[in-house]
Design a protein around this ligand. Structure first.
Ligand code: HEM
Length: 205
């Protein structure tokens, strides 16, 4: 099955249709996405700053990481679940959006970067656990990690602005905005009866 056909099936599912047809559901799910990824990025940033010797320098790295990482993984699970839920509502549009793809790529790189940590400075933690900062490889991983997560957030933000045509279209013929301004009710009387009626929208879908 072609990928677009598969994505179309996802979009047409009752699950995706219910969310798409609701005015509240998408914003609620997106809010949960925001809260959970904030927790992911926030906790990872604390660990990165510790590796760089810029925060929590008095605490054992191992102790701190094991306290924090369970929250990171729980929040990551929620982030993926809410992300996939939003994705299902307009799967083909997101799939073909270059910023969505870049975000996924950066997420993958952030994961690989964690693996690099495990294979380098992570192997010798007992040697520098109580030191002010990690060895050079650990610091490099931390800088890359912070940069990648900032990139993920930027890409996440830009998706919403690029899934619709960005061109500002000229007003349709017959609509003159000056007329609206001139016939606006004067003074502060308010009320809707004096509000000019917009002409019917000539754009047919
Ligand atoms: C920790 C990892 C992630 C981070 C930091 C992240 C970040 C973001 C950000 C900043 C937004 C914009 C929120 C807003 O403007 O209100 C967003 C929206 C979104 N994210 Fe994620 N995200 C993550 C994981 C995922 C995953 C795994 C998926 C899907 C597989 C996903 C899919 C989406 C979708 C579909 C949107 C809505 C875009 C829109 O139409 O505005 N995200 N994400």
């Amino acid at each position: 099955m072609q990928i677009d056909a598969f994505l179309k099936v996802i979009e047409a599912s009752r699950f995706a249709t219910t969310i798409r047809d609701s005015i509240w559901m998408f914003p609620i799910i997106e809010s949960i996405h925001v809260i959970s990824f904030t927790l992911v990025v926030g906790t990872i940033a604390v660990i990165d700053l510790r590796l760089l010797g810029l925060a929590s320098t008095q605490r054992s790295f191992q102790r701190m990481a094991s306290d924090i990482l369970k929250w990171t993984w729980a929040a990551f699970g929620l982030t993926v679940a809410t992300g996939l839920t939003m994705f299902s509502t307009n799967a083909r549009i997101y799939y073909h959006n270059p910023f969505f793809r870049t975000k996924m790529l950066l997420l993958l790189l952030a994961g690989l970067n964690m693996l690099v940590f495990e294979m380098t400075a992570g192997r010798t933690v007992p040697q520098w656990d109580k030191a002010r900062s990690a060895p050079r490889a650990g610091k490099a991983v931390a800088v890359l990690s912070l940069s990648l997560w900032i990139g993920v957030i930027f890409m996440g933000r830009i998706i919403g602005f690029t899934t619709h045509p960005g061109k500002v279209l000229p007003p349709p013929p017959g609509v003159n905005f000056d007329n609206f301004l001139q016939s606006a009710p004067s003074g502060n009387s308010g009320g809707t009866s004096a509000t000019p009626q917009a002409p019917p929208n000539p754009i047919k879908k």
